[in-house]
Each structure stands twice: as structure tokens, then as C-alpha cells.
Write a protein that binds this ligand. Structure first.
Ligand SMILES: Cc1ncc(COP(=O)(O)O)c(C=O)c1O
Length: 374
């Protein structure tokens, strides 16, 4: 069968941007007219509005999600000789943020139900060199923060949450990014809240950490000073145009997340009874936001081929656990070491998911998946 004109993409931001086109153009035009392009009023307003949406004490716009992770770790003092425990099953930026500071990412396994950091696996890896636990709320599902925070407390570790995929996901009534010492968000264009380019955000409840982050993201300048430097910093600011775009979209984020959750419910019904492992729908105090809708299938590659032939987009996030990737295998990672992550990498397949996806398209995807198993 060949793909038809009614292809269903895996991800799409076209409908979202089309619906908001007039507002987005007005926002960009406002910045152009103002001539204030760096750390101006749009940044201040967006930091405040995002902090309000999260229920965080402080938020700070930065250049990307990767930059947010690097800055959070750097501000917590992570550097050469330190170890940071990260899940093996995640996007590589979670680990490279550690490496770029000269520290060592130590790969832990993930929980088989949620595919997020397994606190028991992490506990076995804590050494005298461990400084930070770095859970990832992968695919928009909150990690088991009670267990992770308890481990951090017991061992005297800091916690940085990778919230690149979990904008407004909640754990026991609190937004991800407000549970650990700092949260790092990505606004890569296809994220649940996406910019028109690269952008990111840091959240923290710690005033002194926030003050260090302010300096670190802005060339080491003392807050409010033009040419007084208090540390070696980076240029990692969120530009005004991105902040203005994100402010337009932030107002819709809640309803977009609700739409994603509803669509996930339709998938759960439509795919029930098949030999697939479906993502958790929430419950047990968690409110996921389905950045991706990721199923697990023993015959993943054949299913992906089958769907693509029917014009249905799907994708593998992520094909390799990080301890077996080219940059990290030299640290000594071997097959069989982290079985849940390795199995997940063999079996995951993400199905179409974005807020504007039509119910009829979800039904068509479910029919196509059912046909595969017949
Ligand atoms: C889990 C995770 N961490 C970190 C990042 C890095 O974010 P960015 O692409 O904005 O640098 C991403 C985004 O792709 C991600 O999905």
C-alpha cells in the first residue's frame, strides 16, 4: 500500500502556528518596533508568567534546554572530578550537559512502567564523587520524585529535573521543575511549549541559586551591571523575539496539554488488548502531558514499516541507550548492564501526537496498528 494524501504526521506545529499567526506576528513586530532585543521587557514578563504557571519562585529564560541543564549543573558547582547520575534512556543532551562541564555522567537504569530514572538503580551508583541526580520527565511523564528526593536527601545530593518534555506535568499536585533544586526546560519548536527557534528556561526555588544563574547566563556580569564581572560566565540568554512568541503560546499550554491527555485516552482505548505496552495514563498522583505517545512493541521495526506504508508518521525516541552510544561507550558501558533501558531502546515507537491531532486520525492510527496484529 502506498501513502495517501491524508498522511498523519508524527508531530506538527503547522496548525498551532496558523491559528496564532496574527498574534505571533504582532508579538514579533512589537519587539522589532521596540528595538530592545536582549533581556528586555518580554523576558521579564515571560519569566514571571512562566513562574506563575509552574508555581515556581524564580524562572530565568536561557538560550536552549541544553544550556539550561548546563547552567543548572554549573551553578550547583558541578565540575571536573564530579559525577552526575542520569538515566541511560533519554535524549543525549541530558548527559552532554554533564560532560561539557568536565564531570562524568553515570548511567542508571529506568523504571519499566514510566521509563524514567529508577531510584533503586541510581542508589547503587552513588559514590563519594556523586553531586547531582538528574531525573528526566521523559515523554511528559513525571519521574518518581518522592524516591529520588528521598535518595538525594539521604546522600546529600542536589536534584536537577530535566523538564524538556514535561511543561506543566504534575507530580502530587506540583509542577515538574518545582520539586528539585532546579528545573531545566526546552522550548525547541516541537515541544509542548515551543519557540520559533531555540530557547530554554530555568526554574528554582532557591534565591541564591537564581542569583548565580543570572550571572552565569549573562557573561558573569553582576546583576544590573554593564561591565562589572563577578565570575566566568556564558552568553546564554533568551532573546526578546523568542520570549514574545512564547508569551503568546503560554496562554494556550494548559488546553494543549489537556488535548494531548484526551488523545492519549483515545489511544489507550483504541489500542487496548493488543500485544503492546502502552504508556501510563497518569494516576498515582501523576499528571503526564504526553509530549510523545510512545508504545512498546517486540516487533517495533516491522510495525513502524507497516505504519509508514499507510502514511502514518512514527518515530523511535531513542534508538540507543546512552551507555552504548559512540560518545559514551568508552566510559565502559556494555550490553546487558542496564536491561530496562536497552529493551526500551529496542521496543519504543512513538505514534502521532500533537494538540491539534484529529480524533479521526487517532482512530485511523489505531486501526492501522490493529491491522498489523491481525
Ligand atoms: C529530554 C531532553 N533533554 C534536553 C533537551 C535539550 O533541549 P534543547 O534542544 O532545547 O537544547 C531535549 C530536547 O530536545 C530533551 O528532549
Amino acid at each position: 500500500m502506498t501513502a495517501t494524501a491524508t498522511d498523519i504526521p508524527l508531530l506538527s506545529i503547522k496548525a498551532q502556528n496558523a491559528a496564532l499567526a496574527a498574534e505571533l506576528k504582532e508579538a514579533v513586530g512589537r519587539v522589532l518596533d521596540s528595538g530592545a532585543f536582549i533581556l528586555g521587557p518580554e523576558n521579564k514578563a515571560f519569566d514571571r508568567e512562566f513562574a506563575e504557571a509552574l508555581g515556581a519562585a524564580h524562572c530565568l529564560g536561557v538560550a536552549s534546554g541544553t544550556a539550561a541543564l548546563e547552567l543548572a549543573l554549573e551553578a550547583l558547582g558541578v565540575g571536573p572530578g564530579d559525577e552526575v547520575i542520569v538515566p541511560a534512556f533519554t535524549f543525549i543532551a541530558t548527559a552532554t550537559a554533564v560532560s561539557i562541564l568536565g564531570a562524568k555522567p553515570v548511567f542508571a537504569d529506568v523504571d519499566p512502567a514510566t521509563l524514567t530514572l529508577d531510584a533503586k538503580s541510581a542508589e547503587r551508583l552513588v559514590t563519594k564523587k556523586t553531586k547531582v541526580l538528574l531525573p528526566v520527565h521523559l515523554f511528559g511523564h513525571p519521574a518518581d520524585m518522592d524516591a529520588i528526593l528521598a535518595l538525594a536527601k539521604a546522600k546529600g545530593l542536589k536534584v536537577v529535573e530535566d523538564c524538556a518534555q514535561s511543561h506543566l506535568a504534575a507530580y502530587k499536585g506540583r509542577a515538574t521543575g518545582t520539586l528539585g533544586d532546579a528545573g531545566a526546560f526546552s522550548f525547541y519548536p516541537t515541544k509542548n511549549l515551543g519557540a520559533a527557534g531555540d530557547a530554554g528556561m530555568l526554574s528554582t526555588g532557591d534565591q541564591s541559586l537564581r542569583d548565580r544563574l543570572l550571572e552565569l547566563r549573562n557573561c558573569g556580569r553582576a546583576a544590573g551591571a554593564s561591565y562589572r564581572y563577578v565570575r566566568v560566565g556564558r552568553n546564554s540568554r533568551l532573546d526578546e523575539i523568542q520570549a514574545a512568541v512564547l508569551r503568546v503560546k503560554l496562554g494556550r499550554l494548559k488546553s494543549w496539554n489537556e488535548s494531548r491527555r484526551r488523545l492519549a485516552g483515545l489511544y489507550a482505548e483504541g489500542l487496548s488488548g493488543l500485544p503492546l505496552r502502552l504508556p501510563p495514563q497518569g494516576g498515582a498522583g501523576t499528571e503526564p502531558v504526553f509530549h510523545l505517545y510512545t508504545v512498546r512493541c517486540e516487533r517495533r521495526d516491522a510495525l513502524a514499516e507497516h505504519l509508514k506504508r499507510r502514511g502514518i508518521g512514527c518515530g523511535v525516541y531513542y534508538p540507543d541507550p546512552l551507555h552504548l552510544t559512540e560518545p559514551y561507550a568508552p566510559l565502559g558501558g556494555r550490553e546487558g548492564q542496564l536491561p530496562v533501558s536497552e529493551k526500551a531502546a529496542r521496543e519504543v515507537l512513538s505514534l502521532p501526537m500533537f494538540a491539534e491531532l484529529a480524533d479521526a486520525d487517532v482512530a485511523r492510527v489505531c486501526d492501522a496498528v490493529r491491522a498489523f496484529f491481525r
